[in-house]
Write a protein that binds this ligand. Sequence first.
Ligand SMILES: Nc1ncnc2c1ncn2[C@@H]1O[C@H](COP(=O)(O)OP(=O)(O)OP(=O)(O)O)[C@@H](O)[C@H]1O
Ligand SMILES: [Mg+2]
Length: 374
Amino acid sequence: MGGLRTALSSKQGSKGSIHMKTPDGLDIQRGLESTLFSEIVDGIPVAALFIGDEDRITNANAAARMLFGEGLVGRHYIISMRHPGLLDAIEGTRRHRQTSRTRYIATRASGEVTYRVTVSPIANTSVLCVFEDITEQEQAGLMRRDFVANVSHELRTPLTSLLGFIETLQGAARDDAVARGRFLEIMAREAERMNRLVRDLLSLSRVESEERVRPRTSTDIVALVNTAATALRPTAEQSRVVLEVVGEEGPLNVPADSDQMMQVFQNLIENAIKYGAAGSCVTISVTRDNSNTQRLGPTVSIAVKDEGDGIDPIHIPRLTERFYRVDNHRSREMGGTGLGLAIVKHIINRHRGRFRIESRKGEGSTFTVILPQS
Ligand SMILES: Nc1ncnc2c1ncn2[C@@H]1O[C@H](COP(=O)(O)OP(=O)(O)OP(=O)(O)O)[C@@H](O)[C@H]1O
Ligand SMILES: [Mg+2]
């Protein structure tokens, strides 16, 4: 270890420190160890740096230099790493010769990056610091917690209402036939909301689990759009909305899972009816693009356009998040779970397609699905 320690306390650029000075070959040996050690630190697949005997950083791989800046090697570690938690962990390991762990958050142009830092004692006084980027793991954990909180909240609202009505029906309204009829109607609505939520959750989980399996069945997309429009015409009529399908006459076959694509068109058309203006028109246009403008090869686009209030641009990037609703109250009133567009996005991803949302406040919205023709 003595040789290693000497090598480690040597200054920057230890890779080139092979000198043939002594006849016994000791320097050659140390130089080789030093080169080997440098290569080990360079080969660690995450940011890693080594603090040697004299409190100086003697080795740092490229990822560590990206993190703390070039010129790191040879510097006192306190100057390079000013984060108190990180310095405490290094001090602790140096003093007690035990591995310590901490978190380090770096601010980048793209946002914050979180690292799990492991500081390990090496030889008598040196330490090795390894930085693992755990940003994605942390975000996934956060999303999972948010998701569970959202599901619980969405289920609790109708459940609380159901429990309240059951209690009233068992007590005060026991013999009131009129109240009973009205309450049962509300209870049926609330139960239906819970049913829809569970159905959408199952659908989302199924779509997610199949996302990597590309659909191969050849499906006539024009026929599918027409079937979805026909199924929703009665709903449109109730809102005095005219549904129009224009463009390609078909048949126009693309590889697609017909049940899932039906779900996509139904949700988009239903949204256009729900959030479009009463007495207006919803246009669904199917167009074929044989050039390669989307870099998907030849494509088919299905655009669902409404004449509603439109969506504020700040909401657009978030619409496909689970449970994201522009107007919570309005969406709930209309029986929406806020999962529709999240399901749409996953289905389109599975089909290697693209999804575009364009909207202007006061001018309506257009939701476009772009699918590769083969
Ligand atoms: N055509 C549209 N015009 C205006 N806002 C829209 C339109 N489509 C969707 N939105 C907004 O996007 C939100 C998310 O839509 P999404 O389809 O995911 O949920 P939902 O329609 O509320 O419920 P669900 O589809 O699960 O029954 C809606 O709550 C609404 O605020
Ligand atoms: Mg919807």
